[in-house]
Design a binder for this molecule. Structure first.
Ligand SMILES: Nc1ncnc2c1ncn2[C@@H]1O[C@H](COP(=O)(O)OP(=O)(O)OP(=O)(O)O)[C@@H](O)[C@H]1O
Length: 670
């Protein structure tokens, strides 16, 4: 047993929160003020004061956060192993566990979870019968339809209003879209499928049910929620139903870091909770333990939100001012970043203490090339989402059809992976497989060029479905998808290790179904945790989207593309809410830095979002770099910009004004 002192490294405000009694507690505080540390210490104090770990429920937004908090709490407990008994996880993972436990009450036979990719596949399957296919005019993508649906469900706002506010180009098709979304709901119900929103809706329904709700409530005395600024209305309802009088409830959050508005979340929930819960205590943490005051001076200027908090650095003014680097273009930006990273490394800083952050995954394309050329190892987090884990999901689709041959969506997905089988044929063939057509019949109905490959796939899937031994089933599924994926993905070399890693992990499971459910809820971490994790003894630079950098910190941070159109994203320029959310992202990025922060504004950006196109447009530095912000930064022009400077009338150094179009090479390939 070790002698534990949770409060030794806490300041007075943090200590107040850790030692607070069972009354409802809201910790609203700025970045780097120790919210996570406080929450973790509170969990450890509860456990060591005799609370049974299974009576504690810790809700987070990512699996990474749940795992990190549990292990940090364990390190503080006198018996670290007990934290394993605590309930902790993301809202969705906890919802899945409870919904799976209560299928009978919900009238479900089983729980099959649809990930966001499955949702668009299912919508794809339904489009034709609702007249939403064809090329005669611009039709909403399946992704937009899924977004409209999820927005409406999460906010309770009718789809028509969602469309007119956020998807005005879809209004012409509003009737057909609504009919399709109704069919989507019916189809899910008929097949016992639950999307992510359904998991939360079902949990809310369970909690609202008088008898089941009472039993569930009685399981936990303590409910702690991290990042409460990111909850949506359904999650608020779940938390309130879990602790109706707020006793035992602790939430922590920072309204200025709310960045999930696109999922229907709003920071107002954090601010409202204290008003709504009589007798609740509000603790504000103002001392920032992460960054130098120079970095916080900038953070305080850019910090949006209603809580007027001025962050004060515990460590004082101990570092350089943040630097604003104006670059000629994105190649120049990539060079500047690579050079600054190497310079710090040569002075003794590990690469892993440095991070490059960006709004969108594609923003680091040029940098990735530059890093490869210079042999700088890096690991990229986030922004990878469903496209990047597509190959993992392909393998999971094979598992799913082997376990359940009437899983139409997974058949559809696997069929579209075959060369020469398009969406239309996939739809028809998936329906035939679900009807129970034999493999021979289906192969005969497939496009001629696809028949050999399809016959092989169906043979392996048939073998997989004959066995209930996970390792054998996984082996057959792996054999079914491997040749398809090798052909389908141009970057297969990079993806092969993921598929291999997930297959190995799956083969070790005793219960493949729950593995599949977990992988469906969080495929990114499946790929990340089991396959792509760099060796722990390796030194590598972190590249991350701002969303995935939440809660983390590095000594040196480089923020790419602080240009209007990139950050804020051009998608957000037209709405006030959208712009506010972008500003919060900017704030999150700036507050990840401990010692040094460099913000880059290329004055010319690639036109195409994939950023490999030859066409560029002029861009202004981000509107968040206001006069006040710039006043607390050092200004630097990159080497590329200095090579051909043009001074504009306003005195700002800019490249030559006319957009330059690099000649296209298309003619070469005509
Ligand atoms: N009382 C303290 N003394 C020393 N260091 C502290 C203290 N409290 C927090 N820290 C350190 O400050 C940094 C930020 O803490 P933490 O990540 O808990 O803050 P946070 O409020 O959750 O941040 P954010 O919301 O920006 O992610 C961490 O390195 C943490 O170890």
């Amino acid at each position: 047993m070790k002698d534990v002192d949770y409060v030794a490294d806490l300041d007075d405000a943090q200590r107040e929160a850790v030692e607070h009694d069972a009354g409802p507690l809201v910790v609203a505080a700025g970045a780097g003020t120790g919210k996570t540390r406080t929450l973790t210490a509170r969990v450890a104090r509860l456990i060591d004061s005799g609370v049974a770990p299974e009576r504690i429920l810790l809700l987070t937004f990512t699996r990474r956060a749940a795992a990190a908090m549990t292990s940090r709490a364990a390190a503080l407990c006198s018996d670290p192993s007990v934290t394993q008994r605590m309930w902790s996880g993301t809202f969705h993972a906890v919802a899945h566990r409870l919904v799976a436990e209560h299928t009978q009450h919900l009238g479900l036979e089983d729980v099959t979870v649809l990930d966001p990719g499955d949702v668009t596949d299912l919508i794809d399957l339904l489009r034709e019968e609702h007249g939403l296919t064809g090329t005669s005019n611009r039709l909403p993508t399946s992704q937009s339809l899924a977004d409209i649906y999820s927005r409406a469900v999460n906010t309770g706002v009718p789809t028509r209003t969602v469309m007119s506010d956020q998807f005005p180009w879809c209004l012409d098709h509003a009737d057909a879209i609504n009919a399709l979304l109704k069919s989507y709901v019916e189809r899910k119900r008929a097949r016992g499928l639950l999307d992510f929103d359904d998991l939360l809706l079902n949990l809310r329904a369970l909690l609202a049910d008088p008898s089941v709700g009472d039993r569930l409530r009685a399981r936990w005395d303590w409910v702690l929620v991290d990042e409460y600024q990111d909850v949506n209305q359904i999650q608020v309802d779940i938390v309130r139903l879990l602790r109706p009088d707020g006793v035992g409830l602790t939430v922590v959050g920072d309204d200025a870091q709310a960045v999930y508005g696109f999922r229907g979340a709003t920071a107002e929930h954090l601010l409202r909770l204290h008003d709504d819960l009589p007798g609740s205590t509000l603790v504000r943490l103002e001392r920032n333990f992460r960054s130098s005051q120079q970095i916080l001076d900038l953070a305080n200027v850019v910090r949006p939100g209603d809580l007027r908090l001025d962050l004060i650095a515990d460590r004082g003014a101990s570092g350089p001012k943040p630097v604003h680097v104006q670059c000629a273009n994105s190649d120049d930006e990539a060079r500047e970043v690579a050079e600054a990273v190497l310079a710090a490394h040569q002075e003794g800083m590990d690469l892993r203490d440095q991070a490059v952050l960006f709004r969108t995954g594609t923003h680091s394309n040029q940098l990735e090339i530059e890093l490869r050329v210079r042999n700088i190892p890096f690991h990229k987090y986030g922004g990878i989402g469903y496209l990047e884990t597509a190959h993992v999901r392909d393998l999971i689709a094979a598992f799913r059809v082997s376990l359940n041959p009437s899983d139409e969506i997974s058949w559809y997905r696997l069929l579209t992976r075959h060369r020469a089988i398009g969406k239309v044929s996939s739809r028809t063939l998936a329906a035939r497989l679900v009807e129970g057509a034999s493999p021979d019949e289906v192969v005969a109905e497939a496009p001629a060029k696809a028949r050999t490959a399809l016959a092989t796939t169906l043979e392996f899937i048939g073998a997989a479905s004959q066995t209930r031994v996970p390792a054998l089933m996984v082996e057959a599924c792996h054999a079914a998808v491997e040749p398809l994926l090798r052909q389908h993905y141009v970057d297969w070399g990079r993806r092969a290790a993921d598929v291999e890693g997930v297959a190995q992990a799956a083969a070790r499971q005793r219960d493949l179904r729950s593995f599949i459910a977990e992988a469906t809820i969080d495929p990114t971490s499946v790929a990340g945790d089991w396959a792509k994790k760099p060796h722990l003894d390796e030194d590598f630079l972190v590249l991350s989207t701002i969303h995935s950098a939440k809660g983390l910190e590095w000594r040196n941070v480089h923020l790419l593309r602080a240009s209007d159109g990139a950050l804020p994203s051009d998608m957000a320029l037209t709405s006030k809410e959208g712009l506010e959310e972008e500003q919060r992202l900017f704030y999150v990025a700036a507050t990840r830095a401990r010692d040094s922060l460099r913000i880059y504004s290329p004055l010319r950006l690639p036109v195409h979002p994939t950023s490999m196109s030859s066409r560029h447009v002029l861009a202004k530095p981000s509107r968040f770099l206001t006069e006040q912000a710039v006043a607390v930064m050092d200004q630097v022009s990159s080497a590329g910009l200095l090579a051909a400077p043009v001074v504009s009338p306003a005195g700002v150094t800019r490249p030559a004004a006319s957009p330059v179009t690099v000649p296209s090479l298309d003619a070469l390939f005509g």
